[in-house]
Design a protein around this ligand. Structure first.
Ligand code: 4AD
Ligand code: MG
Length: 438
């Protein structure tokens, strides 16, 4: 029989259908047996009235276990007494596709590490699986905007002969008789694409960071969304692109999943107004220090506490969940960020904070070869042709347009969209310093 999804049963009342899913609960009484079967669209009660001796179906149900995979064929009956959707299935035939061993390794009270060990079981709970439905919507909306804005989607290599961006935080892998490195960002390659005449670049791909961080927002492998735009005048253009993209994303998420997110996680999905608030780093620091952050007055960059506090202050003042922080000091930014004319101590760069955490870093890039080389040298980097930056710097030697872009962490966006406690809950299988399994 053709499978009917549990979510569609209301329109099948009176008919005979087959539903396929997992046993959520079993209540096996001597006269009536109740089996709740769940698929990815909902759960339905299967009600079997026992028929005395020779009740083969009743015997089969007696052998069931929770989380067994079953196919149930029966009549759909409206029954207002049934709490679950006001209907039930009166079974004629049940096929056990695969029986679950009794005694599940995880339950509602299980801690995070054990849940990660059994992630496939953890994800059978609709609240936990919702994140991937939202992710699908988020990525689709991002692609849609990228395409409308004239971006070309690219897939840059993740195996590299030299470390990208900086030597720290890079994973080495054995590569035949030499060492390869896993890309920490598509940064240099998306700039190479600009040099190649791909006017606007969009990439969604894996990013690897050998950071021994044990926070709720760091992973050693995550999915990055990267954009690079040719012929930009400054970071403002890049920010305008990103805020429009995020607005579309949240419109779609609110429309398709807003109610589910609120129901399962208690998080309201707010479609942000444009433009997002913007603060220069100097303004942000002033605000933060007035609120008691960094009492010694020594910090040049935001720390996690600063990010949280700044978001809270901006939300209080403007009601906005997002804030762009701009014009970071050059001392805390990579060499390739452009410095505003006459202000060598600053960069035309930004971070985007959403509800207290950084979700993006972006910048106008330095596209002038001489200045780029000088800025790299200033940070003590080897700028020689045989050095790790050689191939990158070559891109700037034969006509490089001004350009800018950003990198956004998909896991962090999902974490904030649903209000999840950790990035571990926002990815299918988390990768951290102590976690390479399953
Ligand atoms: O801020 P990051 O390191 O910036 C770059 O990679 C630049 N190349 C981007 C650019 O175009 N200038 O990383 C970008 C984003 C962060 O804002 C954060 O959302 C996410 O990637 N991210 C991480 N997500 C999870 N785990 C980690 N360890 C992350 N590190 C960065
Ligand atoms: Mg950053």
């Amino acid at each position: 029989m053709v499978r009917v999804l549990v979510g569609e049963l209301a329109s099948a009342v009176g008919g005979t259908v087959t539903v396929k899913g997992w046993v959520e609960t079993l209540r096996l009484q001597s006269k009536v047996q109740f089996v709740v079967v769940r698929d990815h669209t909902g759960a339905v009660q299967v009600t079997h009235r026992r028929g005395g001796a020779g009740d083969a179906l009743g015997e089969l149900l007696r052998g069931l276990t929770v989380e067994s995979a079953v196919e149930v064929t029966g009549r759909v009956v409206a029954n207002p007494v049934v709490k679950l959707g006001g209907l039930e299935i009166v079974p004629e035939r049940v096929v056990v596709a695969s029986v679950a061993e009794p005694g599940l390794p995880i339950g509602p009270e299980t801690g995070a590490e054990q849940r990660m060990n059994w992630r496939f079981l953890d994800l059978r709970r609709p609240a936990r699986r919702l994140v991937f439905e939202v992710q699908t919507t988020v990525e689709r909306a991002m692609r849609e905007v990228a395409a409308e804005q004239g971006c070309t989607e690219l897939h840059t290599p993740k195996l590299m002969g030299t470390a990208s961006e900086s030597g720290a935080e890079v994973f080495e892998v054995g590569y035949f008789d030499r060492t390869a490195y896993l890309a920490q960002s598509p940064q240099f390659y998306k700039q190479m694409a600009i040099a190649a005449g791909i006017d606007r670049v969009f990439e969604v791909g894996p990013v690897f960071r050998a950071e021994p961080s044990f926070t709720s927002r760091h992973a050693t492998e995550f999915t990055g969304v990267d954009v690079e735009l040719a012929w930009t005048d400054g970071a403002e253009e890049v920010m305008a692109f990103e805020e429009a993209m995020l607005r579309r994303v949240l419109e779609r998420v609110a429309e398709r999943h807003g109610a589910e997110i609120e129901r399962h996680w208690g998080t309201p999905v707010v479609v942000p107004e444009l433009p997002f608030p913007r603060l220069t780093m100097a303004e942000a620091m002033q605000k933060l220090r007035a609120a008691g952050w960094d009492a010694e007055g020594v910090r040049e960059d935001l720390d996690p506490e600063g990010e949280r506090l700044l978001s809270a202050l901006v939300a209080e003042e403007t009601g906005h969940e997002f804030v762009f922080v701009t014009r970071f000091p050059a001392s805390v930014r990579p060499f390739y960020h452009r410095r505003p004319d006459g202000e060598p101590g600053l960069t035309d760069s930004f971070d985007l904070l959403w509800k207290g955490i950084e979700i993006t870093t972006g910048a106008q890039r330095e596209h002038r070869y001489d200045r780029l080389v000088a800025q790299a040298a200033e940070q003590g980097m080897d700028t020689g042709p045989e050095g790790p930056l050689g191939r990158y710097l070559d891109c700037f030697r034969y006509g490089m347009p001004p350009h800018g872009g950003f990198g956004l962490g998909l896991g962090r966006v999902l974490m904030q969209a649903l209000g999840l406690p950790s990035i571990r809950d926002a990815v299918f299988l988390f990768r951290g310093p102590n976690r390479l399994e399953p």
